[in-house]
Design a protein around this ligand. Structure first.
Ligand SMILES: Cc1ncc(COP(=O)(O)O)c(C=O)c1O
Length: 391
């Protein structure tokens, strides 16, 4: 029989650089390959599997909902969608939710809201930042700077700017009466786990308060409790007008959302924005399980296990300061910054049965399920210590 690898090469667009693992099953924080190898998963489906793989609460909700009905469309009032929106509003303090299928779709919806806002005041400019990642749609790419993602695909949206992340000067000199919105990640996931500096966030607050600029927080990767607070921006003194989320929210099913204040949500009138699948009943049922677990103690666990992970990673750094330069991030979103290319280290970790990924060239990104235990952290740290000692 031909392997999955061979068959994939024949029929799938060759856009993904896949790991050499053919999946048999996954449960909790472990992935089992068809050859029987078992891996410790510190990638969590790229920050998706907050409750781990096939968590019983998610599975039960999905089965129950699939048996009731799966899809009826947004022509109807539906319990799972409305309940999930209530949980999101309770957890976040926002008043309104629009469900999407993905993070990128939420990004584009937020940019459309920004332009609606701008159209009333003759403002057009939407600002993003270097190192940011917001998805692969035209709206998202228009406010991102990574050349590989944009090569030969222009022209992009007009009146968009990509400014240097964490540059107060850039905000001061580019935000003006023409600016309608600024979108950012308060901790850049793909950009190497970089935090927004407090001074930079202060400049955003000035733009919002004194210049009427909408602030859009991209919490697709960092949101839903991953950093130990429901949203990562809660560490700062800012309340964004619009928040987008996805990934962890769907418990493994495709689901995203825009959350907004009452005022911002009113920018869309009936019929102005929509999607066939967004808020799908089964995806929302899975999301309810995630939100309930996060509400009922899991976020405290993220804080505890995150600080344990951080402490253990700092020990590795102290032992190998010439290879490990810095430990970034918090909760279940941390980065090990190396002095060299991270890719060979990620490969070496894989050979020791641990899945992580390399981002921003020299950073090993850790976005494990929230349910990891101290024993899982110890197993990861043992593998990491081994590879940094003899890569
Ligand atoms: C911060 C951030 N925003 C947006 C996206 C895009 O989400 P999706 O891949 O679901 O379109 C991602 C995906 O990695 C992300 O990390």
């Amino acid at each position: 029989m031909r392997s999955l690898t061979e068959r994939e090469h024949n029929v799938i667009f060759q856009t993904y650089k896949r790991l050499p693992i053919e999946i048999a099953s996954a449960s909790g924080c472990r992935i089992t390959a068809t050859n029987g190898a078992v891996y410790l998963d510190f990638l969590g489906g790229i920050a998706v599997n907050a409750l781990g793989h096939s968590h019983p609460h998610v599975v039960q909700n999905v089965i129950d909902q699939a048996q009731r009905y799966m899809h009826v469309s947004n022509f109807f009032y539906q319990e799972p969608q409305i309940r999930l929106a209530e949980l999101l509003c309770e957890a976040s303090g926002y008043q309104r939710v629009f469900f999407t299928n993905s993070g990128a779709e939420a990004t584009d919806g937020a940019i459309k809201m920004a332009r609606r806002y701008g159209s009333k005041a003759a403002r057009t400019d939407v600002i993003g930042f270097t190192g940011g990642f917001h998805g692969r749609t035209y709206g998202a790419l228009s406010i991102m700077d990574k050349p590989l993602y944009k090569e030969g695909m222009g022209p992009f949206l007009p009146n968009t700017l990509v400014l240097p992340y964490n540059s107060v000067d850039a905000i001061t000199s580019h935000v003006n009466a023409n600016t309608c919105a600024i979108m950012l990640e308060f901790v850049q996931g793909e950009g190497g786990l970089r935090d927004a500096t407090p001074e930079f966030v202060d400049a955003l607050v000035v733009a919002q308060r004194d210049h009427g600029v909408l602030i859009i927080a991209d919490e697709v990767q960092a949101g839903i409790g991953r950093t130990g607070t429901f949203f990562s921006f809660e560490r700062y003194n800012i309340k964004p007008d619009i928040v987008i989320c996805a990934k962890a929210m769907g418990g493994g099913l495709p689901l995203g959302a825009m959350l907004a204040t009452e005022e911002a949500a009113a920018l869309f009138d009936r019929g102005m924005h929509g999607t066939t699948y967004g808020g799908n009943a089964v995806a929302c049922a899975a999301g309810i399980a995630v939100l309930e677990e996060v509400r009922d103690g899991l976020m405290e666990h993220v804080r505890h296990i995150g600080s344990y992970l951080h402490t253990r990673l700092l020990e590795v750094q102290r032992k190998h300061p010439s290879v490990v330069l810095e430990i970034r991030g918090r909760g279940c979103m941390q980065g090990v910054v190396l002095s060299v290319d991270a890719a060979p280290f990620v490969q070496a970790l894989l050979e020791r049965g641990v899945i992580a990924n390399a981002t921003a060239g020299t950073v090993i990104r850790l976005v494990p399920p929230y349910i990891i235990t101290e024993a899982d952290v110890d197993a990861f740290v043992a593998a990491l210590s081994d590879v940094v000692a003899k890569p």
